[in-house]
Design a protein around this ligand. Structure first.
Ligand code: ATP
Ligand code: MG
Length: 297
């Protein structure tokens, strides 16, 4: 395990790409910090995290992906080869603002940054005492203000790492598949969000329940989707994500889905465009043009 530097003064701009001017001071803008979680493994948390990052990449938004899964799948798909500091170091240190030292450039270009995961993150999946779920939030401090979007990819459990993600986030997306246990699994994940909201993070809200690998021609899928609608109403995101081979192919190649050209990948990318629209704050209303001539004549 490496030790992070102490660089509170440098931290605000350390991750800001050269040549883009001063980091924005968006004190009044609530940056979207979204945790992507599920009760079950393999349902598409990393796919949803990367899909959102890819939609943001396509729009040239400044994006930070925080990988909190010891499997480090998001880290690999963002084409990170080595990481001197990881989310494990960030959680272990947890001094205010220290997370900035772990921010790395991704292989997707200047706008997408990463805090990488590593296997030893597993050691942090048990509770580390009082306030242990606050460690990521403390370590991030004001860092999210320098991005348009922060995405936190959670491990496949609702344990300590996911609690850290939910405490640092202001939105939660629960991912589920349209299968027999999905209704119950989704309810448990939503309950985990409620607990964190009620105990430590009142600003947290559940934004969407994303149904992944939906096949409309499958009767069981239609049945389970309708059960999810009955149980969770409008929380179920209107556009389920279809099965699409382009998704694993792009992930394996370490490329954004939006750069992938294969049957179905355009449709999957559009689902993430819509999900991104759904989670980002609406753009400010356009200011009416002032007719300067009228003032001076
Ligand atoms: N809609 C989809 N179409 C095709 N393949 C998909 C789709 N969604 C996910 N996959 C593939 O399924 C596998 C599991 O998905 P993913 O890694 O996103 O799940 P996860 O919930 O993050 O898993 P874990 O709990 O292990 O972290 C990956 O290989 C991914 O590429
Ligand atoms: Mg994953």
């Amino acid at each position: 395990m490496s030790r992070l530097r102490t660089s509170p003064a440098s931290s605000a701009s350390a991750s800001w790409p050269v040549g883009r001017g001063r980091p924005p001071t968006c004190e009044t803008v609530a940056v979207t910090v979204v945790a992507v979680l599920s009760m079950k493994g393999g349902v598409g948390k990393t796919t949803a995290s990367l899909g959102l990052a890819s939609a943001a990449w396509h729009r040239k938004l400044r994006t930070l992906v925080i990988d909190l899964d010891p499997q480090a799948n998001a880290t690999m798909s963002l084409d990170i080869r080595s990481a001197p500091f990881t989310s494990n170091d960030v959680l272990s240190d947890a001094r205010p603002g220290v997370a900035v030292d772990a921010v790395l450039a991704s292989g997707w270009g200047d706008n997408v940054k990463v805090i990488a995961a590593e296997r030893s993150l597993e050691n942090r999946s048990v509770e580390l005492g009082r306030n242990s779920a606050q460690r990521l939030r403390t370590a991030l401090a004001t860092a999210p203000r320098h991005y348009d979007l922060v995405v936190i990819d959670c491990p496949p459990s609702l344990g300590e790492l996911t609690r850290n993600a939910l405490t640092a986030a202001n939105q939660a997306i629960v991912v589920t598949e349209p299968t027999m246990y999905s209704v119950r699994g989704a309810a448990e994940a939503l309950e985990a969000v409620d607990i964190v909201r009620n105990t430590s993070n009142p600003t947290l809200r559940t934004t969407a329940l994303l149904v992944n690998r939906y096949r409309p021609e499958d009767r069981d899928h239609r049945l389970h989707l309708s059960e999810l609608h009955q149980a969770h109403g409008e929380l179920v995101f209107a556009k389920p994500l279809a099965d699409c081979q382009g998704i694993p192919h792009a992930q394996r190649a370490g490329a954004p889905l939006h750069s992938w050209n294969s049957p179905g990948s355009r449709e999957a990318a559009e689902t993430f465009d819509d999900l991104l629209d759904f989670i980002l704050p609406p753009p400010p209303p356009e200011q009416p043009m002032i007719n300067i001539r009228r003032f001076f004549t």
